[in-house]
Design a protein around this ligand. Structure first.
Ligand SMILES: [Mg+2]
Length: 401
């Protein structure tokens, strides 16, 4: 490797190894060297939230029912998650990352993309930068992170997965094709079950095999957009943009009507679409709000806002719609035709009760979670508003004043 090769962009991806379980091992030396499973407790309903590598050797993985994890390894240490502690450690890690580069994009509690472009003069070549990231995280938190560095997000992410746990992988632009070639197509981003099925029907198992398929043929199988996406990824082409994502204050969406609307059913339908958009954004950004607001404008720019505190922070469109509709019906608004309607959420709170519920998976909660996930996937694929959760409206016609 000659140091003269200076790529235009460097993206890093840092990912803590078995995050929750590693924190518990760190804090309780008695658990070190033992399989550790964080999630529900055996004898209760629920799933594995995180398993350390010793537990993974027994085939235990996250989202596995806890009873199955117990069957595989009864002598493992089983612990309830301590989300408040994990969030504290996560903040420490993000602070460390932000001392290295101001452009840090959080992906989850223990994962981030970093823009490392132009840092060579300050911090040395990418290998040195990767070593520093891992070393500082270890010094400050006592935890191991895997780091991937490459010319774009795809390569950085695959790089951090490449030598997990406790690994560092740097892929130079002229190594990208060789790095990707042997990887299973499932490593590519956004590969759903449907696409996976099409690929296996065509006998495409590796990225190299995918690369050999002419784009035309791929288009016939996947449609133009998906074909272009996977074709590009197979050649290592992906976005290098890292968006530092500072916590926003609120998420809201509003609509102005061409003609003022009197029909409550219409208003309810529109509100449902707005609530769905707001909720999808909240879920994508991992935010849960405990204040729902409604904005209404009548003819002549007469604008009213109403808001309502809810007992649990939410990112569920049904809750947002229900609250917004209640504000509309019981918010003492004048019964005039509506020009503009909007809905929003804010007052972010750590969704700890919801997190707990995740591990104590009642069938309803699990079904709701899957439903919301499906909606998000469909929205990503087909554009927003294609699917909405049905919710009956109690409506009556606005009486003219
Ligand atoms: Mg991780």
């Amino acid at each position: 490797m000659t140091p003269a090769r200076t790529p235009q962009r460097w993206v890093g991806h840092a990912d803590l190894d078995a995050f929750y379980a590693s924190i518990e091992e760190r804090d309780r030396p008695a658990y070190r060297g033992r399989p550790v499973v964080v999630g529900a407790l055996p004898g209760h309903r629920g799933v594995v939230a995180a398993a350390n590598y010793r537990a993974r050797a027994f085939g235990i993985h996250s989202a596995m029912p806890i009873a199955e994890a117990y069957r595989r390894c009864p002598e493992a240490v089983f612990l309830r998650p301590d989300m408040a502690k994990y969030v504290r450690v996560s903040r420490e890690i993000f602070r460390i990352l932000e001392t290295l580069t101001p452009v840090v994009e959080p992906v989850s509690i223990d994962e981030a993309y970093l823009d490392l472009t132009g840092l060579e003069k300050l911090l040395g070549p990418p290998e040195a930068i990767g070593r520093q990231i891992r070393q500082r995280i270890r010094e400050v938190t006592g935890l191991c992170a895997s780091v991937g560095i490459g010319p774009n997000r795809l390569i950085a992410k695959l790089g951090s997965e490449h030598r997990k746990p406790d690994g560092l992988t740097v892929v130079y632009p002229d190594q990208v094709l060789d790095f990707l070639a042997p990887m299973p197509v499932a490593s590519l981003r956004g590969l759903g079950r449907q696409t996976q099925r099409i690929f296996s029907r065509l006998g495409i198992r590796t990225v190299a095999q995918l690369r050999a398929v002419p784009l035309r043929d791929l288009e016939q199988q996947l449609g133009r957009k998906a074909a272009a996406n996977f074709h590009a990824q197979a050649f290592g082409i992906a976005s290098a943009e890292v968006v530092p994502n500072r916590l926003r204050k609120s998420i809201s969406k509003e609509t102005t009507f061409d003609e003022d609307v009197r029909e409550q059913t219409t208003l309810h339908d529109v509100l449902r679409g707005l609530a769905a958009t707001v909720a999808a954004t909240a879920r994508r950004e991992n935010l849960s709000g405990s204040l729902v607001s409604l904005k209404i404008r009548f003819a002549g720019f007469e604008t009213h806002t109403r808001q309502r505190k809810i007992p649990f922070p939410t990112q569920d469109e049904r809750v947002i719609l229900r609250e917004a509709w209640a504000l509309f019906r019981h918010g003492n608004l004048p019964p005039k035709p509506v020009r503009l309607i909007g809905v929003g959420i804010r007052d972010w709170q750590q969704p700890e009760p919801a997190q707990e519920d995740l591990f104590d998976q009642s069938p309803k909660r699990a079904r709701d979670g899957r439903l919301l996930e499906t909606l998000d996937r469909a929205a990503d694929r087909f554009g927003k508003g294609i699917l909405q959760i049905g919710c009956a409206a109690k409506t009556d016609k606005l009486k003219p004043r």
